[in-house]
Write a protein that binds this ligand. Structure first.
Ligand code: FAD
Ligand code: FES
Ligand code: FES
Length: 494
């Protein structure tokens, strides 16, 4: 097999961040609050968590902050633990994928795990945080309906101290929350699990990686034929995610029947105030919501009697918050370059980057690693997928400064020193799975992530994991075959 050559050439300009900003990496909550308080108005300072929403807003010029405060280096904000009262405490920087994969959450708060699993693409799940999802205050948020049916509370820390609010009181409208200028969301609290309750999350969207036309979380306690308790939270059907109190009160204490559900569906349709947008019409959303709630109750009703089994324990899980080392850019002023150190395909590199340079810019234009493709630039196509510390992420939505100290693998890094291709690349050739060449590197890097998370995936696992990798030529059958072929190869060459 001949080695792949790369040629310096005239490339697409991937510098989509138009406006400049200062970039700061505080390492304490106190510093983050003080920076936000000082620069919140004058510089329109913004906190950066996973960046999947914020950087998109910057790229489409809907937001223009003069300062970005990257909170990823503050210790203690990433991970989950149980409090002395047996509540679940979720750190705001906990990634959506980590919540989806957590056995304790799946068993005790299934609607939340399902909401995280149905969220965007796998890459978005690996990058996006639950705190960012809540603070976004999007009416289409997937985690918020699930959090709401568990009666979640948020803990906000500001210069004046800490506040604890019910999640539904925190969310005020589309993009609006009750967060003061200097405040940071520091935890989401879920009450102790109730093992007499069944709960689930449902989402209807155009394609599986899209935002919801409507989403719904339901919580139900059944006693014989009676609805002893129920909670209903809908997203994408009103200016903010909402609990449907009228339907909850109507169902409470009543005997379960199809007629009862039809009436509850009517109450839901009356309570919501959906809009027409490019995802759906208001009319359709209203009909849909009325039907979704009926189906959800039938589904949960069938789950009884609930299995009386001991669930997995949650070991105090506190993911490491990387503290910047001496080489880290604690502060990059706009227009000024700062040194970062990254490992790219096994080679340590020192680069001087500006605050608004993206990982994609560095890889393609500076390192000539043009295997990483630039498609939409907005997180929608996954052509720019690379591995960051072993996880598939979108290089078009990562600031270069924020990956300081991390290890990046691009498609070029899969080639062995002997010049041989990786077994997955060989499988793509063998199964004719590579097609336009634009999507293939992103697909291969994503599948690398799949196989390290799940070395023996089923077809549905493969299709779900790749849901955000848009291939317009519909070559998915051969791509699925290539994954099976690579798995077979790895099992016969352990
Ligand atoms: C392609 C694509 C697909 C998407 N699909 C979905 C989907 O299916 N479902 C869904 O719900 N969302 C989806 N989103 C929206 C977005 O990914 C989520 O809202 C995500 O959870 C935001 O988290 P983040 O960590 O990336 O937030 P960021 O973009 O870093 O921040 C979002 C906002 O919250 C603020 N913020 C973040 N953390 C804190 C904190 N701790 N305290 C105070 N303020 C804070 C930031 O300042 C910013 O204003 C999608 C986005 C894209 C680009
Ligand atoms: S270019 Fe990054 S997701 Fe499309
Ligand atoms: S592989 Fe690119 S469109 Fe299908």
């Amino acid at each position: 097999m001949t080695a792949i050559k790369t040629y310096p050439n005239q490339m697409t300009d991937t510098h989509l961040l138009v406006n400049d900003f200062d970039y700061v990496q505080p390492v304490t909550i106190e510093d983050a609050m003080a920076l936000k308080n000082q620069h919140g108005d004058a510089l329109r300072a913004r906190f950066l968590a996973g960046g999947t929403h914020l950087l998109t807003m910057l790229k489409i010029e809907r937001d223009n902050p003069g300062m970005i405060i990257d909170i990823n280096h503050i210790a203690g904000l990433n991970g989950m633990s149980r409090t002395a009262q047996n509540e679940l405490r979720i750190g705001p920087l906990t990634k959506i994928r980590a919540i989806f994969l957590d056995a304790f959450v799946r068993f005790n708060y299934p609607a939340l795990a399902q909401a995280c699993g149905s969220f965007g693409s796998t890459q978005i799940q690996e990058m996006a945080t639950i705190g960012g999802n809540v603070c976004n205050a999007s009416p289409a948020s997937d985690t918020v309906p699930a959090l709401m049916v568990y009666n979640a509370q948020v803990i906000l820390q500001g210069l004046a101290g800490e506040r604890r609010l019910r999640l539904q009181d925190f969310l005020l409208g589309p993009g609006r929350s009750d967060l003061f200028k200097d405040e940071l969301l520091v935890a989401i609290i879920l009450p102790p699990p109730d093992h007499a309750a069944a709960s689930a999350f449902y989402k209807i969207s155009r394609v599986s990686a899209d935002l919801a036309k409507a989403n719904l979380a339901v919580y139900l306690v059944r006693q014989d034929n009676i609805i002893r308790e129920c909670r209903i939270a809908f997203g994408s059907v009103a200016p903010t995610v909402m609990r449907i109190g009228a339907a909850e009160q109507f169902l409470h204490g009543k005997e379960f029947s199809d007629e009862l559900l039809v009436e509850a569906g009517k109450l839901v349709s009356q309570a919501i105030s959906p809009i027409d947008d490019y995802r759906s019409s208001a009319w359709y959303r209203r009909q849909l919501a009325g039907v979704m709630v009926q189906d959800a109750f039938r589904d949960l009703w069938q789950k009884y009697p609930l299995q009386d089994q001991v669930g997995p324990t949650l070991d105090h899980y506190e993911a490491p918050s990387p503290s910047p080392d001496g080489a880290s850019p604690r502060y990059i002023s706009k227009g000024v370059r700062q040194k970062i150190e990254i490992t790219v395909n096994g080679v340590k590199r020192q680069m001087w980057v500006t605050s608004k340079e993206l990982l994609l810019n560095v890889l393609r234009e500076r390192l000539q690693l043009t295997g990483t493709k630039y498609g939409c630039g907005l997180g929608e196509c996954s052509a720019c997928t690379v591995e960051v510390d072993g996880k598939p992420m979108l290089s078009c939505l990562l600031l270069a400064a924020s990956v300081n100290g991390k290890s990046i693998t691009t498609i070029e890094g899969l080639q062995k020193s002997s010049g041989e291709l990786d077994a997955l690349q060989e499988a793509f050739i063998e199964q004719a799975a590579f097609q336009c060449g634009y999507c293939t590197p992103g697909l291969i890097m994503t599948i690398k992530g799949l196989l390290s998370e799940n070395p023996a995936p089923q077809e549905e696992d493969i299709r779900d994991y790749l849901k955000g990798n848009r291939c317009r030529c519909t070559g998915y059958m051969s791509i699925v075959r290539a994954v099976f072929s690579a798995v077979e190869h790895s099992q016969s060459h352990p």
